[in-house]
Design a protein around this ligand. Structure first.
Ligand code: PSU
Ligand code: MN
Length: 303
């Protein structure tokens, strides 16, 4: 029989009702270069612990969806980088059948976290509706997962490699609550503003209550909490828009499609900004992890 695994520390925390925060692994293997990817992933786990919760980095290890991989496995995924399969929901059964490793996206991390009963998940940015989706139909499986699976995802909004307006429309159609932490507009990953409104919340307890309400009312699907990048790390909007346009043009010229699109754009942006975007990316992940940990702790008190 095929099944999933839960790391020992995470299993114990879940048994004792302690707060757990899930973390994804595509960000490690496909979202950042080595060695910053591994350093960031390990620091993130330390931040969750400092906040009083237990980290659960999710990946597929030799075919087994695993909630709470080891530091050695994090190092392995980071070193292998793009040689590891990027695993979204559709890839999970194939990797399980073949006994292969997979780095989980937001969609598959939510899916696997939910198997273990983990309710909070922190990352950098989510996938969404790509610019030009009206002809390519390129819409990330992350959005469908948010509509289906009961996990709250804390992110810094979405990069404007996506069409942010269409991404919000899609989430609205699917009935996914989109909250803004201390903001009235959707943060755009590298920058803390966009023209698109979200529902403002000012307190982690309020967010925890919304999660509890959703659960108690039997409403399916997850929730998206968008957390603006701290001002001191946010980038100039015009500069980053220019970089994104250039990255999109090169992606088009190279004929990159499908699941390769997002990782290609991420590494191109990193290259074009000479690493400046990477530092912002790392800092916003830390910021999201701190918030997710606070929400997880509040949620545990409500239980
Ligand atoms: N956006 C980022 N960093 C990332 C990703 C997206 O700013 O690392 C990764 C996440 O794992 C996300 C995935 O779930 O890319 C989306 O890929 P796609 O667009 O192929 O669904
Ligand atoms: Mn896609």
């Amino acid at each position: 029989m095929f099944g999933f695994a839960v790391g020992q520390e995470v299993r114990q925390a879940l048994r004792e009702g302690k707060p757990v925060v899930a973390l994804e692994s595509t960000i490690i293997s496909h979202g950042m270069p080595y060695p910053q990817n591994v350093e960031t992933a390990l620091k993130v786990e330390a931040l969750v612990r400092e906040g009083g919760a237990v980290p659960a980095t999710v990946a597929i290890i030799a075919g087994v969806p695993t909630v709470g991989i080891s530091p050695q496995q994090i190092d392995h995924l980071g070193k292998e980088g793009r040689r590891v399969a990027k695993a979204s929901r559709r890839d999970v059964p194939i990797l399980a059948a073949k006994g292969l490793d997979g780095a989980t996206t937001v969609a598959s991390t939510m899916l696997i976290a939910a198997m273990a009963g983990v309710k909070l998940f922190a990352t950098g940015g989510i996938g969404g509706v790509h610019r030009g989706a009206e002809t390519t139909m390129d819409i990330s499986a992350d959005l469908e997962e948010l509509a289906t699976t009961p996990v709250t995802v804390v992110c810094a909004g979405a990069k404007s490699i996506l069409d942010l307006g269409l991404t919000l429309e899609y989430l609205e159609t699917k009935g996914v609550p989109v909250l803004g932490y201390r903001t009235d507009c959707l943060p755009a990953f590298y920058t803390n503003k966009s023209p698109f409104p979200v529902t403002r919340v000012d307190d982690p307890l309020e967010i925890a209550k919304a999660i509890k309400a959703k659960e108690d009312l039997g409403l399916r699907g997850g929730m998206l909490v968008t957390n603006p990048i701290p001002e001191e790390y946010s980038m100039d909007p015009d500069y980053i828009e220019g970089v994104i346009r250039q990255a999109l043009a090169e992606c088009d010229k190279e004929g990159i499609k499908g699941k390769d699109t997002t990782p290609y754009l991420l590494s191109k942006i990193c290259e074009l900004t000479g690493g400046e975007s990477l530092e912002s990316n790392i800092q916003l992940v830390f910021n999201n992890v701190r918030l997710a940990t606070r929400i997880a702790c509040e949620l545990e008190k409500l239980a």
